[in-house]
Ligand binder design. Structure first.
Ligand SMILES: C[S@@+](CC[C@H](N)C(=O)[O-])C[C@H]1O[C@@H](n2cnc3c(N)ncnc32)[C@H](O)[C@@H]1O
Length: 330
């Protein structure tokens, strides 16, 4: 990692302690970012890390750490929903641990040209990777109802209909292509009281999650991790808001449940638990970490240890708006 100071790994110590790396173990850091977690895992001699990030700049920033790792760190630019395929391509059909620190990185947020921040001027991009439609593309073509849904479901914005109406009215005059233009449009219809978050916070979050299919990615990656982990291998997930945490919590609840069926009610038979839950309640940042890093405020960590039971069936994705339905048909 070239500039460790650019990013303070949130709940890093707790995450790596739960991952419990050991000499000879293979670990997936599914969200490499600035490499904070990877660096901590690699401090266990003889451990190997496969680092994944969909952001090319994060992968490029990690080359230094690859060199320093003496062949123990491999970096792959990909989406973490592909983590089973990534591991197989690296010769690791099974692994000893998977850690995920999901969401946007400080580096992405702090670079105005990436378009994630309503506080910095830049193009309305918001893509973590370098391909696919940007937030400006979505804003240009989504219907008013689709925009309201995206902003309501992924941004949890109660005024989503008013925001969508304002966006559609504004785009008939001129394309909305900058963070500032969108923030100004939202600020005219959502009013924050003193001390409340910026009025555009939820709209930006909703669009970002949609543009990067973040919840689908998380849902798919959890199942992929379940398939590649060895018995005794650990899955550690740090999430940043309630939508993500709900997916992680439901995943571990479903995988950690012990049988509900009986001889008399075989229809209630359940699949054997594929994880033993290691965190009855989510772990959150302590006061010392919060003082140094306010972004850790909403972080929640959940972890489980893989049992020897087969992986459960993946389950359907919830029926929320997707890039394919909104962009694909045009
Ligand atoms: C919060 S940062 C991780 C920081 C890292 N733990 C560290 O210590 O530096 C999240 C990273 O995950 C990446 N990311 C988010 N969603 C992804 C996905 N679906 N596939 C691959 N990478 C993803 C982002 O590009 C970002 O770099």
């Amino acid at each position: 990692m070239s500039e460790p100071s650019r990013h303070i790994p949130v709940l890093g110590q707790e995450a790596v302690d739960l991952l419990a790396p050991r000499d000879g173990g293979v670990y997936v850091d599914a969200t490499f970012g600035a490499g904070g977690y990877s660096q901590m895992i690699l401090s266990t001699p003889g451990s190997r890390v496969i680092g994944i990030d969909r952001d090319r700049t994060a992968i490029a920033g990690g080359f230094d750490l690859v060199e320093r790792s003496g062949g123990r760190l491999t970096l792959v630019e990909d989406r973490f929903s592909n983590l089973a395929e990534v591991c197989a391509a690296q010769g690791a059909e099974t692994v000893d641990g998977v850690v995920m620190d999901v969401g946007v990185s400080s580096m992405q947020l702090d670079q105005g040209e990436r378009g994630f921040s309503f506080r910095l001027s830049g193009p309305l991009d918001m893509r973590m990777g370098q391909s696919g439609p940007s937030a400006a593309d979505v804003i240009a073509v989504a219907s008013e109802a689709e925009l309201a849904n995206i902003i309501y479901i992924f941004g949890e914005e109660r005024h989503s209909r008013a925001v969508a109406r304002a966006i559609v009215a504004a785009r008939t005059n001129a394309p909305i292509t900058t963070t500032k233009a969108l923030a100004d449009i939202v600020s005219k219809v959502v009013h924050a009281k003193p001390g409340e978050i910026h009025p555009a916070t939820r709209t930006f979050q909703g669009l970002r999650i949609f543009v990067n299919a973040e919840l689908d990615e998380l849902h798919l990656a959890l199942s992929a991790a379940e398939r590649v982990l060895k018995p005794g291998g650990r899955l550690v997930v740090v999430s940043f808001h309630s939508l993500e945490d709900r997916i992680v919590k439901n995943f571990f609840n479903a995988r950690g449940k012990t049988g509900g069926g009986s001889r008399h009610r075989p229809e209630l038979d359940q699949e054997a638990p594929s994880f033993a839950i290691l965190t009855k309640r989510p772990i959150t940042a302590g006061s010392a970490e919060l003082a140094g890093n306010p972004r850790a405020r909403s972080a929640k960590l959940r972890a489980g240890e893989r049992t020897a039971a087969p992986a459960h069936a993946g389950g359907d994705l919830p029926a929320w708006p997707t890039l394919d339905t909104v962009m694909g048909r045009r």
